[in-house]
Design a protein around this ligand. Structure first.
Ligand SMILES: [Cu+2]
Length: 551
């Protein structure tokens, strides 16, 4: 914390102790205080240290073994300056190997920390890079081959804050932990013994790992006191598989000021904000009335993610404004966002995200067996009830996307279990039903991830249009591309919402087709190919990922 910030913070705490007792009691009650990740700035030699370590963390009634960076859970907020080089020394004190991926950073493949950037247990790795991209809130997390979901669930994840001269001129709230606060939102589930209850099985490989406990910066429904006025929230959906729909408990609007790759040209007012896994948004919210309210996440239509308590709005954090006023403002204009470049005639690549239909079927069945119809709310109603087994062989993926769900209740599991394998062959996956490898059951263009075989080579500095399709299943696939901040041309078959028209590294693919305009300005050689993958971590871990080179 800068000395100046510390003084301001002390002033706020002073004001807090001057509050009438009843209001202090209201604040202090039984709710934990929102933990604020400490800022980690490069030292005089422009280097920072990250230590991956294990420890114990208390989550309500549970005390769980967890992983963290420089601590037992999550990690610091690494603060970097545009144009200034940094060396990150990473020490792995975990009992297993891991990698550190810089999500959202435009840096060379060699330092990007994909699955090839292995740091063995007890080992060390140093990377040096210079961010040249605009100011943004990014993050870092493990990207271990087949292990990413579990390592993130264990607690590994931290923020990266990039500053630049243009955004430093903005008079938006910028006192870290006071009126500029990060909200890392994640769900977890625990065993009866209180440990993180993680499995990679048919169900989670199909719908993802989801929990029943919502955490904000690692705490359950914490509270934060801020000076009344404008409050800036740096939101990260750090869930393995759960999409969020963020709003306020008293319907006060959110003003989106930044997306994954940096500031928008002007604030966009929204009443609620869908956030996919891995995505960041910065929003401002007015608290001039000094009335307390909650940031909440609304129910979403996503397979498996409607199980209680997420069938109702779930509070993320309580905001408790103080009597003293803050100084940040909401500007009319933010930064100059470059216009979309002319992309006529650029190279076009088609990526089809695919799930093994047998995995899809068995995953759905396990989900329904475990949680009942409530879990299926993401599916649309209709044709499945009329489905007959004989016809399944004729079903093609296009039709599956249109499949609807209310009628699934009428479906007989026993009968499905007895479905003839032969009839599945018509589905055109070239894979025998019932004989699939869970760890390679998801794919892109029919190819599960192969670390040693990059899928294609991209020319450095050249614009490309990537057409990403999820036609064929009913799953949400937030598609993330390393080494770039792209612009979305169309999203899941629809025009792009205004607050998603800025720089992004993740695009929504949910049964439809999305188009993005990408460019890569750094090298990614074969040994350190960039990754492009679904950010539903269990899809990523079971094959829905590819590597590509840039030169
Ligand atoms: Cu996916």
């Amino acid at each position: 914390m800068h000395r100046r910030d510390f003084l301001k913070y002390s002033a706020i705490l002073g004001a807090y102790s001057a509050l009438p007792l009843w209001s202090r009691a209201a604040f202090a009650a039984d709710r934990p205080t929102l933990p604020i990740p400490p800022l980690l700035l490069p030292d005089a030699k422009n280097s920072i240290q990250l230590v991956m370590e294990s420890g114990k963390t208390t989550f309500g009634p549970h005390q769980a073994n967890t992983y963290g960076y420089n601590g037992s859970l999550l990690g610091p907020a690494v603060k970097l300056k545009q144009g200034t080089s940094v060396t990150v020394d990473m020490f792995n004190r975990l009992p297993e190997s891991t990698t550190v991926h810089w999500h959202g950073l435009e840096i060379p493949g060699e330092v990007d920390g994909g699955p090839q950037g292995v740091i063995p247990a007890g080992g060390k790795r140093s990377v040096t890079f210079t961010p040249h991209q605009p100011a943004a809130t990014c993050w870092f997390h493990p990207h271990s081959h087949g292990q990413t979901g579990r390592q993130v669930a264990m607690g590994l994840g931290g923020l990266v804050l990039i500053n630049d001269a243009e955004s430093d001129m903005l008079r938006i709230p910028s006192q870290w932990g006071v009126d500029d606060i990060p909200l890392i939102i994640q769900d977890k589930r625990f065993t009866p013994q209180g440990q993180v209850d993680y499995q990679l099985d048919v169900m989670t490989a199909a719908v993802g790992w989801f929990g029943d406990t919502l955490l904000c910066n690692g705490a359950i429904y914490p509270q934060h006191a801020n000076p009344k006025g404008w409050l800036r929230l740096r939101l990260l959906n750090g869930c393995n598989a759960r999409s969020l729909n963020i709003t306020t408990s008293d319907n006060r609007p959110l003003y989106v000021i930044a997306s994954d790759g940096g500031f928008l040209s002007e604030p966009i007012k929204v009443s609620s904000l869908e956030m996919l896994m891995g995505e960041r948004f910065e929003v401002m919210v007015a608290t001039h009335d000094a009335k307390p309210f909650d940031i909440v996440t609304l129910p979403v239509k996503q397979m498996g993610m409607t199980v209680a308590p997420f069938d109702k709005p779930v509070p993320v954090v309580r905001i408790q404004p103080l009597a003293i006023p803050g100084s940040g403002e909401l500007p009319d204009k933010l930064v100059t966002l470059p216009a979309l470049p002319d992309y006529s005639g650029v190279t076009e690549r088609k990526l089809h995200l695919m799930m093994n239909p047998e995995l899809d079927r068995l995953g759905m069945q396990m989900l329904m067996d475990k949680y009942g119809m409530q879990a299926m709310a993401g599916m649309h109603h209709g044709n499945m009830g009329g489905m007959n087994h004989g016809n399944m062989g004729d079903m093609d993926h296009g039709n599956m996307a249109g499949m609807n769900h209310g009628n699934m209740a009428g479906m007989n599991h026993g009968a499905m279990g007895g479905m003839h394998h032969g009839s599945m062959h018509g589905m055109g996956h070239g894979q025998q039903a019932g004989e699939f490898d869970l760890h390679n059951a998801n794919s892109i263009n029919g190819q599960p991830f192969d670390m040693h075989r990059p899928a294609f080579a991209v020319a450095k500095g050249q614009l490309e249009k990537w057409v990403i399709s999820g036609v064929g299943d009913m799953m949400l696939h937030p598609f993330h591309i390393h080494g770039t901040q792209f612009r979305i041309l169309s999203e899941n078959g629809k025009p792009v919402a205004p607050h998603r028209q800025g720089f992004k590294d993740t695009v929504k693919v949910d049964g439809g087709v999305s188009e993005v305009l990408v460019r890569f300005d750094y090298d990614a050689p074969q040994q350190h190919a960039y990754m492009a993958h679904c950010h539903l971590l269990e899809h990523e871990d079971t094959g829905m990922m590819l590597g590509f080179t840039v030169s």
